[in-house]
Every structure is written in structure tokens, then in C-alpha cells.
Design a protein around this ligand. Structure first.
Ligand code: COA
Length: 281
């Protein structure tokens, strides 16, 4: 089933939500956020009425290069402080709704998970990567900061100092490093299926098979017990419950940068495919 640029499919107790804007590496634009809202309305209702047949949800990106390469930078152009803040609050809300779903949500990262894409992955309960996974927060290259809850969630997951390093240096983190720091739960080892090696897309198919295998224990456990584990752990760790102030601060600080020359320069430099020249103004 299609919900705008999202594709929703259920197979063998696992639901797959695929983000389909591969031509821009699945960059999250405002339309996609609307699609996510519509999808969440549907899923929350289904779960509320116990009308679902799946035991977990996998979020993945279409194409070979990316999970999601960030918020759509073209939509940042000429935004005011308040528009920037509203954009941030909207993204935060969508991602918090994902974090608060009462069944496991897994980000399947094969390629880039950058900026808003990394923040989406952090809002999922699990992050599973292939060896091609790359996680990064390049917002400072645009003169911006992460604005969809990432400043709060990354510190919780990998600790304050490393989070500060990744976000201020805009480092691209390999799958191995992300796994070592706890940002990935696992790096999938695709089975070496000789017979499928020549077929188109076989490497992705093998990784998805490995993902299914990794998920087997989870989908065999008692769903109500899994739900209650999520609900109890969430009451300690859900950022919506505990960090409303931090989220609000993030969106205010994200918004105010839209009034600076450097942010204007950073966004234009990306669009014009050149390096930015920042002046601290
Ligand atoms: N927003 C809008 N468009 C994006 C995008 C984003 N976040 N990320 C990639 N794209 C677009 C590119 O502009 C390009 O479009 P074009 O073909 O019209 O020029 C297309 O996706 C393919 O990307 P390209 O840059 O050609 O691929 P690459 O393999 O050379 O580089 C990246 C991949 C991820 C390193 C690079 O696309 C990039 O730096 N993207 C932005 C990442 C970012 O800053 N995200 C945080 C946003 S807050």
C-alpha cells in the first residue's frame, strides 16, 4: 500500500515501511512528514484496536545509497526563524510518535543515515546496519544544528562527549564505529548465497534475509510482554516524557540560526555544490 512517498507492506509478521525518494537519497521534505503523520494515524489506530498482524516495524530507505540523507535542504532556503522553529517542532513530534509506538520499530540502515535521517533512526527502538551504513550529523556544515530531537537522543545513546564530537565535527561514522559506540545494535552479516550473487539486488536481498533472521527471537516472544517492556523502559527514557524542555530549546536554537548569514551561506553552498565560507555572523 502507498501513502504518498511511503510504501507499507506486511510479510511474515514483519511490517516494512519504505521511504521512496531515492533520487534525492530519501531526503525528508514536508510532504514526507505529512505522509509519516498519515501513516502514524493509521498504525496507532490499528495497534489501539489490536487489528494488526505484524510484530515489529522495519523502516528502510529505497535505492542503494541511503536510508535517509537528511531533511530536504532545498526546503531550508529563505526560512525565517519562526518557520525554522515550526519545522523543527513538527519533525520532533513525528519522531516522538514513532518512539512511542508500543511495538519494536527498527531502522534498517544500508548506506547514509545523515542529519534528519540519523535522527529518525535514533527515534527507532533498534538500529540495524549493513557494513555500508554511515551515520552522521553534517548540520554544522550548513550552519545549522540537528533539529528533530537528535541533540537529546544521541547523547542518551552514546554519551555526551562523543555526541558533541560527532555533531560539532560533522564526522561520518562507519558501521563498525557506530556499533562500537552503541549507535547500532548489530551489523548484519549477509549469508554468502552463491546462487543469488549474480542476480540484481542480491546484496540487499541477502541483508534483508539476515535482518529477518536477527528479528526472529523478537517476533516469537509474547507481544503483550514486549509491549510492556517498551512501555516501562520508555517511561524512563522517552524523551517526550522527560526532556520536553531540551526539545524546546533545540527547536528555538535551530530556528534562530535561520536569521544568520552563515546558515544562508551554508544552504546556498550545498545547493550550488561548493564549499561554504563561514564568518561567524
Ligand atoms: N536534501 C536535499 N537533497 C539532497 C539531500 C538532502 N539532504 N541529500 C542528497 N540530496 C540530493 C543531492 O542534491 C543530489 O541531487 P541532484 O542529483 O539534483 O544534484 C542527489 O540527492 C544525489 O546526491 P549526491 O550529492 O549527488 O550524492 P553523493 O553520493 O555524491 O553524495 C551525500 C551523498 C549524502 C554525501 C551528499 O548527498 C550530501 O552531503 N547530502 C546532504 C547531507 C546533509 O547535509 N544532510 C543533513 C541535512 S540537515
Amino acid at each position: 500500500m502507498k501513502i504518498g512517498a511511503l510504501e507499507w507492506m506486511i510479510e511474515e509478521n514483519i511490517a516494512y515501511l519504505t521511504i521512496q525518494r531515492p533520487e534525492v537519497l530519501n531526503a525528508l521534505n514536508q510532504n514526507l512528514l505529512s505522509n509519516f503523520e498519515e501513516w502514524l494515524d493509521r498504525v496507532e489506530k490499528e495497534l489501539d484496536q489490536s487489528k494488526h498482524t505484524y510484530r515489529c516495524i522495519v523502516i528502510k530507505g529505497a535505492g542503494e545509497k541511503a536510508f535517509v540523507a537528511g531533511a530536504d535542504i532545498h526546503e531550508f532556503k529563505d526560512k525565517s526563524r519562526s518557520q525554522g522553529q515550526e519545522m523543527s517542532q513538527r519533525g520532533q513530534k513525528v519522531f516522538s510518535r514513532i518512539e512511542e509506538l508500543p511495538l519494536p520499530v527498527v531502522a534498517y540502515i544500508d548506506g547514509y543515515a545523515l542529519g534528519g535521517g540519523a535522527e529518525l533512526a535514533l527515534a527507532c527502538h533498534f538500529r540495524v546496519g549493513t557494513k555500508n551504513a554511515v551515520i552522521g550529523f553534517p548540520e554544522v556544515k550548513l550552519g545549522l544544528i540537528p533539529g528533530y530531537g537528535g541533540t537529546v537522543r544521541l547523547s542518551r545513546i552514546i554519551g555526551y562527549s562523543k555526541a558533541l564530537e560527532w555533531m560539532t565535527m560533522a564526522t561520518y561514522i562507519s558501521a563498525e564505529e557506530a556499533y562500537r559506540r552503541g549507535a547500532l545494535n548489530v551489523i548484519l552479516e549477509p549469508s554468502n548465497n552463491e546462487s543469488s550473487k549474480d542476480k540484481e539486488g542480491s546484496s540487499e536481498l541477502n541483508s534483508l534475509e539476515a535482518l529477518k533472521k536477527w528479528l526472529q527471537p523478537l517476533i516469537k516472544m509474547a507481544p503483550l510482554a514486549i509491549k510492556n517492556v517498551i512501555l516501562t523502559i520508555r517511561s524512563n527514557t522517552s524523551i517526550r516524557a522527560n526532556d520536553l524542555e531540551s526539545l524546546q530549546r533545540e527547536s528555538v536554537l535551530f530556528g534562530e540560526l535561520f536569521e544568520t548569514q552563515d546558515t544562508n551561506e551554508g544552504i546556498n553552498a550545498f545547493i550550488e555544490k561548493r564549499s561554504p565560507k563561514f564568518q561567524g555572523k
